[in-house]
Design a protein around this ligand. Structure first.
Ligand SMILES: [Ca+2]
Ligand SMILES: [Ca+2]
Ligand SMILES: [Zn+2]
Length: 678
């Protein structure tokens, strides 16, 4: 979200990358005819469409495991000329097919899509990776192989906290910790605001969907959701940014962006920059959220957060107009991200709403009710400079029986209206993305995801189920179903983003980038030199994108862009523990349950297995919900090859067969998946 210095020194590795890019790969993805899908996949019970950028009569859905066509359909035209891409877009709808598996969509005469899953777990690894990405941004601690795998580095930026002369103070404040903000190593309170706000909102509204304690971060397995652990790492740093008078320093960075080096090599002095009311109000809101969300995990931490929030509010009350006047500006000689914002009323409103939620103190509610109608009543989604939607959500989603009924009804109606407007906008977009020409600005990928959050919440509060489908469309967009046929999240598959503008990914000597990070995405305003050289004013907005480390205006990553990805992916990622039969138990090599044949099957199928010694055999069959639907005792069988023919009277679906063998030494079992197609 902030401009990086374009004149950093190119490392040998970057020059190499650049050369490879120019010589071997297309520098940008050309508008071509293709069949584009969410490369992670689709949920069995939700709408499923691929988009096709050229006319054709029909499409086939092909099961990768059998190479068989399992579904056919006609293409329907979506848009004659999509305004954002300049493309004609046709739709291949295979919503009727919900059998889990791996598939491609093939359009005769045009080509095939990337392979994708249909699965209840289609977004499980994405949800985990997008949150784990925050762990990789941690500053001030060792990222050890146990938790970081190959993406390790030692402690960095341990000397953080020299007071910049523009603060009027001198000396240092211990301010290590927190997350690196983006592709750079700075730490910015304002950008932490919308990020932490979004993550804690997810945890508060959908605790069962954000309860994972197994992300392999340092705090995994401690009984506290890893999302709360991860955010707490940032909150602890934020607490160091508050002055004794309650105000909060705006940011902590070098004077200029670091070159592309690993964080532990970045040893230039880093400064606390002057306080701002936007940072202070964002801080108050985050700490007030923390004051209620960490109460179960640690009452002492929650208390200290709430006390910090109230102190910040007291300072805001004593300074009722924006500080500094006109909003924060970089001091002379400072070129890192400014996060300047001339309106602090939305930040103050958010602080008031969260403080009211946590304390029930009427003075905060009085402030909210007196001011809420003037601050973006769901006219747009949240962003780092506009947190009013977070204020309104805090108020609207307060427990029943609290808050002003008329205000809540007003907020409810405005949220529903926003969602209805978004649905209309999605219908008019070739790729069903909530981005119109003009909206493809820096960090454009975060906008549809933030809009998706509001769509989800509108659906959950009695709105149309189509709102939720439109939210899912936005996930489809960033995961590959777009005008570039490009997956914008690192590490998700072979075709996803490879060269983010992200210092560790470029400097670590590892081929693949740090996983789970969302690219900023297309930027029609061409705000870096590489984009200016590559595109023209007539390039369609949605195609102004470069998967290149130098394209900081289109291919940087940032915490505030990943946060809505965590929310949306986590919301749609199903809990796979429900289908416990998918988990394999340890099986000796000498014992073998093999794949049934034919598979998929129609009337009957044979299940082959081999035994290395005699054993008592039992076969059990489960549906996709893990429910036992059939069971056969086969008695004792001799060592050797065997087969059992199964002829179920069941509908088309996926089934699981578990073979158990009891012999003199042990009880073994193994499971195979089978597909029945009637
Ligand atoms: Ca944990
Ligand atoms: Ca603002
Ligand atoms: Zn660091």
């Amino acid at each position: 979200m902030h401009k990086s210095s374009p004149d950093f020194n190119l490392s040998v590795r970057q020059v190499f990358k650049w050369t490879v890019c120019v010589l071997l790969l297309p520098l940008f993805v050309h508008a071509a005819d293709y069949v584009t899908v969410n490369q992670a996949g689709y949920l069995p019970d939700h709408p499923k469409q691929a988009f096709v950028t050229s006319a054709a009569d029909s499409f086939h859905l092909i099961d990768q495991s059998s190479s068989q066509i399992v579904h056919r359909g006609a293409l329907t035209q979506r848009t004659a000329l999509d305004p954002a891409t300049g493309m004609n877009v046709w739709e291949a709808d295979f919503s009727a097919w919900g059998v889990p598996g791996t598939y491609v969509v093939s359009v005769p005469g045009i080509g095939k899509s990337h392979a994708f899953a249909i699965s209840n777990a289609a977004f499980t690894s994405l949800a985990k990776a997008s949150l784990k990405a925050f762990y990789y941004q941690r500053c001030g601690m060792d990222l050890s192989p146990l938790h970081a795998g190959i993406y390790t580095h030692p402690k960095c930026h341990m000397q953080d906290g020299t007071l910049h002369s523009a603060t009027g103070e001198s000396g240092t404040v211990k301010s290590a910790g927190g997350w690196h903000d983006a592709g750079d190593y700075g730490k910015y309170v304002v950008n932490a605001g919308v990020t932490v706000g979004t993550l804690l909102l997810a945890c508060e509204l959908f605790p069962e969907r954000f309860a994972a304690d197994n992300l392999r971060i340092k705090e995994s397995g401690n009984g506290i959701p890893d999302l709360l652990d991860e955010v707490q790492y940032e909150l602890r740093w934020l607490l160091t940014m508050q002055k004794a008078d309650g105000s909060v320093y705006h940011k902590l960075t070098r004077e200029n962006f670091a070159p592309f080096i690993m964080p532990q090599k970045d040893t230039e002095k880093r400064y606390l920059m002057p306080v701002s009311s936007t940072a202070t109000a964002d801080f108050a809101a985050m700490m007030a959220q923390a004051g209620r969300l960490y109460r179960t995990a640690s009452a002492a931490f929650a208390d200290s957060c709430l006390a910090a929030a109230e102190k910040a509010w007291t300072w805001l009350e004593a300074n009722p107009t924006i500080v500094p006047a006109g909003g924060f500006k970089n001091p002379t000689g400072v070129a890192t991200g400014e996060y300047g914002d001339g309106n602090d009323r939305d930040e103050r409103l958010w602080a008031a709403a969260e403080l009211w939620r946590t304390t029930s103190d009427s003075k905060y509610e009085t402030y909210y009710l007196a001011n809420y109608q003037s601050q973006n009543l769901f006219q747009s989604e949240m962003s780092w400079g506009n947190v009013a939607p977070l204020a309104h959500l805090a108020y609207l989603f307060s427990p029943q029986g609290t808050g002003d009924t008329a205000a809540k009804q007003n907020l409810h109606a405005k949220l529903q209206q926003f969602a209805a407007n978004m649905l209309t906008q999605a219908d008019g977009s070739g790729f069903r993305v909530l981005l119109k020409p003009g909206e493809y600005n820096w960090g454009s990928n975060s906008r549809p995801l933030n809009r998706a959050i509001l769509l989800i919440l509108a659906a959950r509060r009695g709105g149309s189920a189509q709102f939720e489908s439109a939210a899912l469309d936005q996930l489809h967009y960033v995961m590959g179903r777009n005008g570039l046929n490009f997956c914008f999240v690192t590490g998700t598959n072979a075709f996803s983003m490879k060269n983010p503008h992200h210092r560790p990914s470029a400097a670590d000597g590892i081929k693949d980038p740090v996983p789970g990070m969302l690219s900023g995405g297309p930027n029609q305003y061409l705000q870096d030199d590489l984009m200016k050289r590559t595109f023209t004013a007539s390039t369609p907005p949605a195609l102004c994108f470069l998967d290149h480390v130098d394209s900081y205006a289109s291919n940087e990553i940032a915490i505030n862009w990943n946060a809505p990805l965590v929310f949306v992916a986590g919301y749609f990622a199903a809990d796979t523990t429900a289908t416990g039969v998918e988990k394999k138990e340890a099986v000796p090599e000498t014992f073998g349950l093999r794949q049934n044949y034919p598979n998929p099957f129609n009337a009957s199928t044979t299940i082959p297995f081999s035994l290395d010694q005699p054993g008592r055999i039992k076969l059990e069959f489960f549906n996709i919900h893990g429910e036992l639907i059939d069971s056969r005792e086969l008695g004792v069988r001799a060592a050797g090859e065997h087969g059992y023919t199964w002829q179920p009277n069941l509908p088309s679906s996926i089934y699981y067969c578990r073979l158990s063998v009891e012999n003199q030494t042990a009880l073994y079992s193994d499971i195979k998946k089978m597909v029945l197609v009637r």
